[in-house]
Design a protein around this ligand. Structure first.
Ligand code: PGA
Length: 257
C-alpha cells in the first residue's frame, strides 16, 4: 500500500470574483475545510488569493496559483513571481496546464524554468502533463507523457523532485465530461512514475504524488482514487461549486455510507 497522502486540488481557472471566492469559503463544508487526508488545495485567480487566505485562516485548506513567472521580480508586465505568490498566501502552483500550453504558448522549457523557480521559493509545483486526442489516436500518448515529464524535471535535484505533485490530464478529458477510464489513467500515471524513477531513482518516484485531472466529478472520484498510482485529483469545473467540491474531498466518507 502506498504511504502517499492523497491531494485533492481545485483549479478555478478564470472564474470567481473576490466576493464569489468569499462566498465559496463560507459555504464550503467544515469536514472538507479541515481534511487532513486528503489534503485540500484551491487554486483561485491571483486576485482572490489574499481574500481566501483570510477566509480559510485556521482551516487545513491550502492555496495555489495557476501560473507563475520564473524571475523573482523585474520588468515583465502582466506576470506574477513566486515571491508574490507566497506573499499572497499560496503554498502551491499549477505549472504547464494544457490551457497555458495551448493558448499562451508555454513550452516544456518554460515549464522547467517555472518548476525550478517554484521549488526555490518552497512553492509545491503541480506539474501538468497530458496528451491530446490526436496524440492518443496515433499511439503517441506514452511518448508525449515521457517527454513532458523528463523536460519538466530537467536538472531538478532528486530531493526536490520528491516534493513535486504531478497531474495527468489528458487534454481530451478536460472540460468535456469525458473522464479517462480509471485503469487507463492508472497506467499512464505509472508511465509518469517510471519516467521519474529512471531520472532520479525509484525511492524518489515512489514519493511523488500523481493526480488525475479531466472531468472529475463526485460520482467518478472514488474509482480513480482506488487506483494504485493515482494519489489525488485536479478538479476544474466541479471545484467551482462548494457542494460538489466538498463531495469530491469527502470521497472516503461517501464510499463508507
Ligand atoms: P475539468 O478541468 O475538471 O473541468 O475537466 C480539469 C483541469 O483543467 O484541471
Amino acid at each position: 500500500m502506498s504511504q502517499r497522502t492523497p491531494v485533492i486540488a481545485g483549479n478555478w481557472k478564470m472564474f470567481k470574483t473576490i466576493e464569489d471566492a468569499r462566498a465559496f469559503a463560507a459555504a464550503f463544508d467544515a469536514d472538507a475545510k479541515n481534511s487532513v487526508d486528503p489534503e485540500v488545495v484551491i487554486c483561485p485567480p491571483f486576485t482572490a488569493l489574499n481574500a481566501l487566505k483570510e477566509a480559510f485562516a485556521g482551516t487545513r485548506v491550502q492555496l495555489g496559483g495557476q501560473n507563475l513567472h520564473w524571475m523573482d521580480e523585474g520588468a515583465y508586465t502582466g506576470e506574477i513571481s513566486p515571491v508574490m505568490l507566497r506573499d499572497a498566501g499560496a503554498t502551491h502552483v499549477i505549472i504547464g496546464h494544457s490551457e497555458r500550453r495551448e493558448y499562451f504558448h508555454e513550452t516544456d522549457g518554460t515549464v522547467n524554468r517555472k518548476v525550478a523557480a517554484a521549488l526555490q521559493w518552497q512553492l509545491t509545483p503541480i506539474v501538468c502533463v497530458g496528451e491530446t486526442l490526436e496524440d492518443r489516436e496515433v499511439q503517441l500518448t506514452d511518448n508525449v507523457i515521457i517527454v513532458q515529464t523528463q523536460r519538466a524535471l530537467l536538472n531538478i535535484a532528486p530531493e526536490l523532485v520528491a516534493t513535486c505533485l504531478f497531474a495527468y490530464e489528458p487534454v481530451w478529458a478536460i472540460g468535456t465530461g469525458k473522464t479517462c477510464a480509471p485503469e487507463e489513467a492508472n497506467r499512464v500515471a505509472g508511465v509518469i512514475r517510471d519516467t521519474i524513477a529512471r531520472m532520479v531513482g525509484q525511492d524518489v518516484a515512489d514519493q511523488v504524488r500523481i493526480l488525475y485531472g479531466g472531468s472529475v466529478k463526485p460520482e467518478t472520484i472514488a474509482s480513480q482514487m482506488a487506483q494504485p498510482h493515482i494519489d489525488g485529483a485536479l478538479v476544474g469545473g466541479a471545484s467551482l461549486d462548494p457542494k460538489s467540491f466538498a463531495a469530491i474531498v469527502n470521497y472516503k466518507a461517501a464510499a463508507a455510507r
